[in-house]
Design a binder for this molecule. Sequence first.
Ligand SMILES: *Cc1c(COP(=O)(O)O)cnc(C)c1O
Length: 340
Amino acid sequence: MITDLRSDTFTKPSPAMMEAMMHAATGDDVWGEDPSVNQLEAIMAAHFGMEAALYCPSGTMSNQIAIKVHTQPGDELICGEHAHVYIYEGGGIASNSGVQVKPIESDRGLLAAADIINAINPDDVHKARTSIVSLENTSNRGGGCCYEFEQLEQIREVCDRHDLALHLDGARLFNALVATGQQPKAYGRLFDSISVCLNKGMGCPMGSVLMGSANYIKQARRVRKRLGGGLRQAGYMAACGLYAMEHNISRLADDHTNAKRIARALLKRDFTGHMLPVDTNIIIFDVQGDWTPVTFTDHLRQHGVLAHVVSATQVRMVTHLDVTTEMTDRVCDIIAAMGL
Ligand SMILES: *Cc1c(COP(=O)(O)O)cnc(C)c1O
């Protein structure tokens, strides 16, 4: 039995989720006639207290649609230097929206309002028009860390003052909500658009949902079609999302507990260097001494545990619903038994 800690994208649908798919009511979603998609969009919008929602095949697509609708070609987008929208979406912001990025330094991917103010271009013909700020919560390259809500409120205020759209890449927003106890509707009030992934800790094989005002989502629906993301009987996939909304949110706390246990086992060992604080389900740490990230992950693989090398010095492990307590015990035992 393999314990796959490379990413929470490796989850497989559970038998109960498959059962929900088998019995999904479907129709043609491009025609707006898929009842399962319509229900998922309505449930998600209501959950976050936003007017409307759009089911998308991937989080990359929902982020890209979100940015396209908020911007004009030649605009500038502010985000963290390690933001997924910037470094992991294939140059999509430039290609899809004709928008340039001003990446800013941040504390583990969490932006400070003062740094955003400094990055906003003055109204000057030499400069690109700054039109949007994109935040990420939890922050993937920041080790799954979460924003304090006051931090977000300060950023909202800056965006209001400077007439900027505020987008949230909430690929792991449910992890942040479970870890902090913050309220989904408070997020709906604060952001102009929110993208959440169903294909990570929520355990779906695919899917993401973009939320915003009714008018915003109407425009987003056309961009989704243009990008080839209008799916026909998408209800078989949306059914997974409906199942996950009912069964897979509160259990994210177990993933966070398992991640903290593995982190503690690692921190007992001298080969573990600097580790980013483990707030949710992601562990990112330096490997030092006689081990390198490559030899370390090779050793784990020989014991049936997969981890991901994220840089020349760092390894990443991610817990999710296919990593049980027993698997976590085993991972801790393997780490405890490793040579110096
Ligand atoms: C995974 C992820 C996405 C979207 O990924 P898809 O695989 O396209 O669904 C977006 N942002 C962050 C921070 C992510 O981790």
